[in-house]
Design a binder for this molecule. Structure first.
Ligand code: FVH
Length: 305
């Protein structure tokens, strides 16, 4: 069945945690017939008053509709909930956070059971679901046919961004963005720790931090350009040799302030290792060259000089 502008497509949702409940409420509010199931039945009961049909078990929930959405804590939960359930002819959308390998394995698992499959990575918190102005969205990858057929329904809770046929790529995009976010959180946490006890109010530092991080945002596109062209040196303003020297000042300041450097030292160490490997070759580079040292698996993935 294909979504269109006049039909509210019925669907099943397995998993009514914080995220699943937010999704359910949004689909119900938009008028989609919704069948739900949750391991802890008490979480499903309030949704009945909002129009949801409560299924007695996962098999009954899956049997109710061709479009089946799962939003559980982890991939192991998906396996245990759907194990033994007939998925023949179903369109399975997995909104459970997982790794790329888990997404690919789950796709093969679903397809072997006769289902079409897309994996997803949610770039939103539950409070952003059903609130378009909050800017949340979901990465999808896997069956293009499934995504196209159900795009309108999937876009009800949050924007939908399809990132290709590889079912691991939604998770990869999700984790790439979240990993960058934690780098940001780490740096901001270190900055607040440095000023603690100095009579500088965090609220006074906050706008300066925001402004500086915004100004440094150019790094995202600049690094992408260098990784694409493999040109690590043309137009570099703040080169690796200078940054390694400055890193020493950052570490000494942390020590002076009585602040542990564990949130910033891994990146500073990486830059130093890149420089020490060949100061003449790497000293004039942009810092993005240091990612050549990150790959810990079999060699061959990184092609930077
Ligand atoms: N909440 C958030 O901010 C983030 C935003 C980005 C995406 N994540 C991911 O979304 C998935 C669901 O997260 P959630 O917020 O709904 O998580 P919980 O509130 O902890 O609910 C977990 C649900 O999973 C059920 N469950 C867990 N293990 C099993 C199992 N073995 N068998 C059956 N169900 C299982 C749990 O059931 P119950 O405890 O209520 O019985 C909840 O329905 C997740 O991947 C996030 O990473 C959320």
């Amino acid at each position: 069945m294909t979504d269109n502008n006049t039909t509210k497509h019925p669907l099943t949702l397995l998993g009514l945690g914080d995220m699943g409940t937010a999704l359910a409420r949004t689909w119900l509010a938009a008028g989609h017939p919704l069948t739900v199931w949750n391991r802890t039945a008490a979480k499903a009961a309030p949704l009945a008053a909002e129009g949801a049909l409560l299924a007695a078990d996962p098999a009954a929930a899956v049997a109710a509709n061709s479009l089946v959405v799962v939003c559980l804590l982890d991939d192991a939960g998906v396996g245990s909930v759907l194990d033994g359930v007939d998925l023949t002819g179903k369109d399975l959308v997995n909104l459970t956070t997982g790794t790329p390998a888990e997404g690919r394995a789950r796709a093969a698992w679903a397809e072997a059971r006769g289902a079409r499959f897309v994996d997803a990575g949610i770039m939103a918190t539950p409070t952003m679901i059903g609130v378009p102005e909050a800017g949340g969205y979901v990465f999808y990858s896997g069956s293009r046919a499934l995504f196209d057929a159900h795009r309108a329904t999937l876009e009800v809770p949050a924007g939908a961004r399809y990132v290709g046929g590889d079912p691991g790529h939604a998770a990869l995009h999700d984790v790439a963005l979240l990993s960058a976010m934690y780098g940001l959180f780490a740096g901001v946490s270190h900055a607040y720790a440095l000023i603690e006890g100095e009579g500088i109010a965090p609220k006074d530092l906050a706008p300066l931090l925001s402004e500086w991080l915004g100004a440094m945002g150019f790094f995202v596109a600049d690094a992408a350009e260098r990784l694409t062209s493999k040109d690590l040196t043309t137009g570099v303003v703040s080169n690796l040799a200078m940054q390694v020297a400055a890193g020493g000042t950052l570490l000494r300041t942390a020590a002076e302030q009585g602040v542990g450097a564990e949130l910033i030292s891994p990146y500073l160490d990486l830059m130093r290792r890149r420089l020490d490997a060949d100061p003449a070759a790497h000293g004039g580079e942009d810092t993005i060259g240091a990612i050549a040292l990150l790959r810990t698996g079999p060699p061959g993935g990184r092609k930077l000089p």
